[in-house]
Design a protein around this ligand. Structure first.
Ligand SMILES: Cc1cc2nc3c(=O)[nH]c(=O)nc-3n(C[C@H](O)[C@H](O)[C@H](O)COP(=O)(O)O)c2cc1C
Ligand code: SF4
Length: 658
């Protein structure tokens, strides 16, 4: 992860009037960090200023609505009225104070904006609803109303200029309004705006006029829409080649549309920097070109810029996970990797500020990280899954003496099993990073070292952290003890070849992932789930490839809203909607029915009465997600720091569960 030669991405770049200190750009990213009226918050200022401090050359806020009916998220940033100017000015000043330039992306959601969020009926080139956004039928804009919208883009550009914004990007990508006018599937008009480029040209002219020549103005595009009947790469290139490029300072190439969201925020299964070949042709148009899309390592960024495929790289998740990525990679240092789990984007629809699975500080920069106490303590962490590793890392970073004991022969717990599935090729990176950081911090991680209640007394420590994970839950029903019934995680751990056929009982995250793995390895799979949908515990984007792939496999049969009520060697009694039926079922029965915290050591830990307390983290504390692991790790570190500073021990007495 370090020591990569990064000559090209470290060199400056000029985008019209803007001079970038390097080629690493913090891409526009909606975050739900604003007030509901679109005003900037302290949280937002701290978040962006942190990205600027981390070394990015240009820090974008997000797709910001130029008019209220174009708002797509509850806490999206607005540039719709003059009341937003002071907030924008705060952002600009904070980002510039850290040596970066500040950018705003001008947007209108068109058919993707929904009345339930914006309070307005959506408007669009044509009345084509957007199902992934909610499916509300938009009103077709009258010709004069299109001109009003052009004016709204111009007015928003003027506000940004007044606030001291350095760079404006017109959002012409991802299926929003400008893209809707460009698209043959979304623009069915017969007036002058039937010309797909007309709206874009007018918007570019209006924005340039109001931005003046001191503000860089660029255009973000989707290289293709990604669904049948949408814009192809060839047609998009043709349209953009004929646009008012003379008024622009750069192009930023992305991809996809709402109906092909996997191209907007690419899954971890897809290769890093996959959009670079689509960006390269645009360089022939004579403007500096940026590109986004899983550029999550210095190697991929450097290859793109040094290889002449783009002039700069736009990174969203990479810098969400580690704001210091630019500074660190330019100095040849390790960085915290984004694992492309898409938890961030899947939380966007909730209306709450978006988190990051691997960076508990993301969106909480305004609160600051836990301060290191003056006094140092000794801490024993039992268990080396993500929660144990991260707790140990943070505590060691505070200078505490930390030891980690793990009963298995390897670190990572059940997360390491998930990391072995082809859906999640990037997961292993966070475990590798944690382990490398512990090594760097001099923390001993002893694997193959089970801890028993009796042996705890050998460890004279100030605090104990129980990170022992969980066990698969096995419902009590006839036949559950038969030898072919195996917990899904135990089966994964065995690493056996795929059987000819099998049943997966439980269509949660693990059940669906394992069914997918077995099906792609050639098993005939019967998947039985209690809920009406597959993997209800997983967000839409995180399963955007895996669930359709599973359903398209003819060797996979899915029974939803069903429960197994009895097991026999070659058949199962399955209850669906009050009816019970014996279903033939050969091969192993893999059970994925949730996790029960493994807390057998808790009483013994408590009995030790360490002066700074006992803490239970991750699955052992009922946590579950990777995000929970990282957040609870930080909470432990904070509590221990507070306890050392003379504060009270966490509520709940000497043992606290995070
Ligand atoms: C949570 C989230 C919000 C996003 N919001 C925006 C946005 O407001 N405007 C935009 O042009 N792209 C947006 N994107 C797309 C990113 O800018 C970027 O193109 C994409 O995530 C691929 O880059 P990455 O692999 O570095 O994340 C968003 C991505 C994420 C993950
Ligand atoms: S939540 Fe997941 S995808 Fe999003 S930035 Fe963090 S690690 Fe990356």
């Amino acid at each position: 992860m370090n020591g990569v030669p990064v000559t090209a991405i470290g060199s400056p770049l000029t985008l019209g009037p803007a001079r970038l200190r390097n080629r690493l750009v913090s891409a526009p990213m909606e975050r739900n960090y604003c007030e509901i009226d679109g005003t900037v918050t302290d949280r937002y200022v701290a978040y962006l200023s942190r990205r600027a401090r981390g070394g990015a050359a240009l820090v974008f806020s997000e797709a910001s609505y130029v008019r209220g009916d174009g708002k797509g998220r509850l806490r999206q940033m607005g540039v719709d009225t003059d009341a937003r100017i002071p907030g924008l000015a705060r952002l600009a000043a904070a980002v510039r104070a850290e040596g970066a330039l500040f950018g705003v992306e001008l947007n209108h959601g068109g058919r993707t904006a929904q009345g339930a969020v914006s309070g307005f009926r959506p408007v669009a080139p044509s009345p084509v609803p957007c199902l992934p956004a909610g499916g509300e039928l938009p009103l077709e804009l009258a010709t004069e109303e299109v001109y009003d919208l052009v004016e709204a883009y111009g007015a928003a550009a003027g506000r940004c200029r007044e606030a001291g914004v350095d760079v404006l990007s017109i959002h012409g990508a991802h299926g929003y309004l400008v893209h809707q006018f460009l698209s043959p599937a979304r623009n069915l008009r017969t007036d002058e705006f039937a010309d797909p480029a007309r709206f874009l040209d007018l918007v570019v002219e209006a924005v340039r006029e109001r931005a003046g020549r001191d503000v860089a103005v660029g255009l973000r595009i989707s290289a293709f829409e990604g669904f049948d009947g949408g814009l192809s790469a060839e047609r998009t290139f043709e349209l953009i080649s004929g646009a008012r490029l003379d008024l622009l300072d750069f192009l930023d190439v992305s991809a996809g549309s709402y109906e092909a969201g996997q191209w907007i925020i690419q899954p971890g299964e897809w290769e890093r920097g996959l959009l670079a070949p689509y960006a390269e042709p645009y360089r022939a148009l004579g403007l500096p070109v940026g590109v986004a899309g899983r550029i999550s390592t210095p190697e991929s960024a450097e290859a793109i810029v040094a290889g002449g495929r783009a002039d700069f790289v736009s990174m969203a998740r990479t810098l969400h996970a580690d704001p210091d990525f630019p500074r660190r990679v330019l100095a040849g240092e390790p960085y915290r990797p984004c694992i492309a789990c898409n938890y961030c984007i899947d939380r966007l629809g909730s209306g709450e500020p978006i988190p990051c699975s691997v960076n508990p500080q993301a969106g909480r920069e305004h609160l600051g990280p836990p301060g290191a106490p003056a006094e140092k303590a000794s801490v024993l962490v039992i268990g080396a899954g993500p929660a144990g590793l991260e707790t140990a890392r943070l505590l060691a970073g505070h200078g505490h003496r930390v030891r980690v004991l793990e009963r298995a022969e390897h670190v990572g717990g059940r997360f390491a099993l998930a990391a072995g599935l082809h859906d999640h090729p990037e997961y292993r990176r966070i475990l590798e990073w944690c382990a490398a950081e512990l090594d760097r911090l001099g923390v001993t991680v002893s694997t193959g070292t089970p801890v028993a209640g009796e042996t705890l007394s050998r460890h004279d420590v100030d605090a104990l952290v129980l990170a022992t994970g969980g066990e698969c839950h096995r419902p009590d029903l006839p036949g559950i003890g038969l030898p072919h019934v195996i917990d899904v995680r135990d089966w994964l751990a065995r690493g056996e070849p795929a059987p000819a056929s099998c049943v997966v009982w439980g269509a949660d995250r693990e059940g669906v992932a394992v069914a997918g793995r077995l099906a792609s390895d050639g098993s005939r799979v019967l998947l039985i789930g209690a809920q009406p949908e597959l993997a209800p515990d997983v967000g839409r984007r995180a399963k955007i490839l895996s669930v359709p792939r599973l359903l398209a496999n003819p060797e996979v049969r899915v029974l939803l809203e069903s429960a197994v009520v009895a097991v026999e060697p070659d058949r199962l009694l399955v209850r669906t909607g009050g009816r019970e039926e014996w279903v033939p079922a050969s091969g192993p029965l893999l059970v994925s029915q949730g996790v029960v915290p493994r807390t057998g050591l808790l009483a013994a830990c408590r009995a030790r009465e360490p002066r700074l307390g006992v803490y239970v983290v991750g699955d052992a504390g009922g946590g579950g997600s990777l995000y929970d692991c990282f957040v609870t790790a930080e909470a432990v570190t904070r509590s221990i720091a507070e306890a050392l500073a003379g504060g009270a021990l966490p509520a709940g007495g000497p043992a606290a569960t995070f």
